[in-house]
Design a protein around this ligand. Structure first.
Ligand code: NAD
Ligand code: GLY
Length: 363
């Protein structure tokens, strides 16, 4: 097991990464202050891992709550149903919530923990690659609205993160691919050598090689933890973590949440961000081609379907959380491994970037 730390003074916490951590009661115990825990998960993950986590938490009379799997569940309705179950169960402020699942469960449980009784403790047990490299770390929580992704939410840090790599053995390949988009993102914004490692070791990652998987998770979490420690509430540099996300969130919202997996939309968004950087004279064309080639090898989408209108995407982008005083802030690349926050990009240029992804990219 490797343990990293997110340094946020009294709200700092460990991120444990290793094989078989789910069953280790000693890893949970130091982070539970009261006598009861509620494990929140989705139906698919409940069937796979719910009983094991409840067994490890047997001393805390665990209650298991389930929602339906997938992005379509990340709603105020699901949040309210879960909240009512906590209220009906007469849980008090000393309850610890345990988010067992992917980013959907993690974001929604975190939001529930941020708001139930004005805030209770929670622990993240991410079971998708995407959640292990990204969503379980950093304290962004929330739910979607028809008008945009994650528009209701709160910053609320977990008490610890337990990333059990063994859970990835049951993850469908499409979900693994989705998580790779965020891994590639870290290389692009902060570490060119890490990106080159992903290019070299992509096959090992697909084969589930333990050393490769742990390296991908640990390096991703290291990069994220350093950025979040320096700018927890995204007043500046944390926005770098959103490379490709403004485009990607628009694709997710425009397609009704769920048709595109989050990482698939981010993958296409990474290509759009790279093309935007090229048009702004910040990134050479060869670097864009290199990114497109990696996304294709990773089986991430590189082409926008014809039925998603450019205007629709631009509308959703205008409602993004990174709009400040009417100005859209975006993340571009000043070379591989160097993200930069920019604003004032002309709508025409954004439309051209979106339109360009409709045609197949050159190899
Ligand atoms: P997800 O939570 O929907 O999980 C994907 C699917 O995999 C679900 O059907 C789930 O039941 C299944 N699953 C989960 N673990 C499994 C396992 N071990 N074996 C088999 N099946 C398993 O999706 P996700 O990709 O994990 O998360 C996407 C969400 O994360 C999005 O809502 C996105 O906005 C959010 N996100 C949040 C942050 C953040 O900082 N808070 C960062 C990135 C993404
Ligand atoms: N996923 C973006 C962030 O955590 O800031």
């Amino acid at each position: 097991m490797r343990t990293l730390r997110l340094d946020l003074a009294e709200r700092g916490y460990p991120i444990h990464v290793g094989c078989g951590l789910l069953d280790d009661a000693a890893l949970y115990r130091p982070h539970i202050r009261g006598r009861r825990v509620v494990v929140v998960t989705d139906a698919r993950v409940a069937a796979l891992y719910g009983a094991r986590v409840c067994a490890a938490l047997a001393d805390y009379q665990p209650l298991l709550l389930e929602c339906a799997p997938g992005e379509a569940s990340k709603t105020l309705d699901t949040y309210a149903t879960l909240a009512d179950q906590l209220i009906d169960g007469r849980f008090d402020r000393r309850v610890t919530l345990v988010a067992l699942g992917g980013g959907v469960v993690g974001d929604m449980t975190g939001f529930l923990a941020a708001t139930f009784q004005r805030g209770v403790d929670f622990i993240q047990i991410p079971t998708t690659l995407l959640a292990q490299v990204d969503s379980s770390v950093g304290g962004k929580t929330g739910v979607n609205r028809p008008g945009g992704k994650n528009l209701l939410g709160a910053f609320h840090q977990p008490r610890c993160v337990l990333a059990d790599t063994a859970t990835l053995t049951t993850l469908p390949r499409r979900e693994l691919v989705s998580g790779l988009a965020e891994v590639i993102k870290y290389g692009l914004i902060a570490d060119g050598e890490f990106l080159a490692w992903v290019e070299r070791d992509l096959d090992a990652l697909f084969e589930g090689d333990e050393a490769a998987v742990q390296h991908a998770i640990c390096r991703s979490c290291e990069i994220k933890a350093a950025i979040v420690a320096a700018d927890e509430r995204e007043s500046s540099q944390r926005a770098l973590l959103n490379l490709g996300h403004t485009f990607g969130h628009a694709v997710e919202a425009a397609t009704g949440y769920g048709a595109w997996l989050h990482g698939e939309a981010v993958g296409l968004g990474l290509l759009m961000a790279a093309d935007l950087s090229r048009r702004l004279g910040r990134l050479p064309g060869e670097a864009v081609a290199r990114i497109a080639a990696l996304l294709k090898r990773a089986a991430l989408p590189t082409v926008l379907p014809a039925d998603i209108a450019t205007e629709t995407l631009l509308d959703f982008m205008a409602g993004d959380k990174k709009v400040l005083d009417g100005q859209l802030r975006l993340v571009a690349l000043d070379g591989i491994g160097k993200g930069v926050i920019i604003q004032g990009v002309a709508l025409d240029m954004l439309a051209a970037v979106i339109d360009a992804t409709r045609a197949p990219q050159a190899d």
